[in-house]
Design a protein around this ligand. Structure first.
Ligand code: DGJ
Length: 376
């Protein structure tokens, strides 16, 4: 070995492959045979190899993006696939924060939903341009050593949503917490003084004593916030007013889309009207998206139909809604985030981000192979 610190060349010669192959493994390129990949990864661990800062910055430059490519692997600035599923965006002082489920662990069988993964925790990435994302790691890791803990790796931690509470001056994270059999069905709460610090887990609650699985939160300009959650075994979507500190529900809530079985809600406000995009309930498998419009977030909601347009639009382009957010600095510009689940290898699930177009009050999400913010 040339020095104490192994280089890519050292790994390559130990593995009997080219330096290029090692680099392809490091950059998670798909075209490396699984046994070679495993062998190289093992040597990387055994020889304690870590890419130098120079190599990292080369990766960053090479992988700098200036467009969205829905459904393709989306690498972070270090060249690793982004792990932020079922996520949300928070925009603060010119920085976008992308929170989501880290599912970078082997997929296992699950009796109720076919497949699942051990919980890893909630990741956070930051960006100033929405194309290039820096990985800040886990802001709320799953708990490894206490099986009774609500965040233990054998539990379900899904759909993190973060909003800022001006009263307590805390960022508040809402989570769908569950047991492997999805019977727990509660809302997890975590708080932090900064958007991307380590979140303190506060425990869980049942909003208005009801079940809660897929969820999202919506914050009004005046600071009032609402929790939208699939309840009654996902048959009905509840909209529940949150207390001023966002830590509990107030008792004011409505039952919406009754027995229509909607989940994966994504809510936003445009020109005084509320829009709720959601999916049907078919586990990891895609189904038809639907959106509804309301004058009041508590309803009544008027179902309009499927906003998707283009190939496979009846199956939401083989994906499921996660979140919708307005793009800062653009007029009437909203991006819809979807998860394209790969149920047999959930950690390799992809993201689809697509622009929303409005025709009057009608919302259209049209498939694009590649696009950038100039569409707005
Ligand atoms: C659909 C939900 O929307 C996802 O978040 C996840 O819970 C899957 N079901 C599991 O099947």
């Amino acid at each position: 070995m040339s020095s104490n610190k192994p280089t890519i060349k050292d790994i390559a010669s130990a593995a009997g492959v080219s330096a290029q192959t090692v680099s392809r493994v490091l950059n998670h390129k798909p075209d490396v045979a699984p046994e070679t990949r495993q062998h190289v990864q093992q040597l990387i661990t055994d020889l304690d190899f870590s890419p130098s800062e120079a190599a990292r910055s080369l990766v960053r430059q090479r992988s700098k993006r200036n467009s969205f490519i829905p459904g393709k692997v989306w690498n972070d600035e270090d060249g690793n696939p982004i792990q932020a599923h079922g996520g949300c965006i928070l925009h603060e002082n010119g920085i976008y924060y992308w929170f989501g489920e880290n599912k970078d662990t082997p997929t296992k069988k699950n009796r109720l939903i076919g497949f699942n993964v051990d919980a890893v925790g909630v990741s956070c990435y930051t960006s100033t341009d929405l194309y290039n994302w820096k990985n800040l790691g886990l802001v709320l890791p799953a708990v490894k050593d206490n099986p009774a803990h609500e965040l233990h790796i054998n539990k379900i931690i899904e759909r993190p949503k973060v909003i800022y509470n001006a009263l307590t001056q805390k960022y508040v994270m809402f989570l769908h917490l569950d047991t492997e059999d999805y019977q727990f069905a509660r809302v997890g709460l975590a708080v932090c003084d900064q958007p991307a610090g380590q979140y303190e887990f506060l425990g869980s609650f049942s909003p208005n004593q009801a079940e809660s699985r897929d969820l999202t939160v919506f914050k009004e300009d005046d600071g009032k916030a609402y929790l939208l959650h699939s309840s009654e075994w996902n048959a009905t979507l509840y909209v529940a007013e949150l207390s001023a500190d966002y830590r509990k529900t107030t008792g004011v809530f409505t039952r919406n889309f009754v027995k229509a079985s909607r989940e994966a809600p994504a809510v936003f406000k445009r020109q005084g009207k509320y829009y709720c995009l959601s999916s049907g309930c078919t586990g990891w498998d895609p189904n038809t998206a639907e959106y509804a419009v309301a004058e009041n977030i508590l309803g009544p909601w008027k179902v309009i139909g499927n906003p998707c347009l283009g190939p496979n639009s009846n199956q939401t382009f083989f994906s499921q809604s996660a979140f919708v957010f307005p793009v800062s600095g653009y007029n009437d510009a909203y991006i819809a985030m979807f998860d394209q689940w790969k149920k047999e290898d959930i950690g390799s699930s992809r993201y689809l981000w697509l622009p929303i177009r409005f025709e009057g009050e009608q919302m259209v999400i049209e498939w694009l192979d590649e696009w950038d913010l100039s569409v707005f």
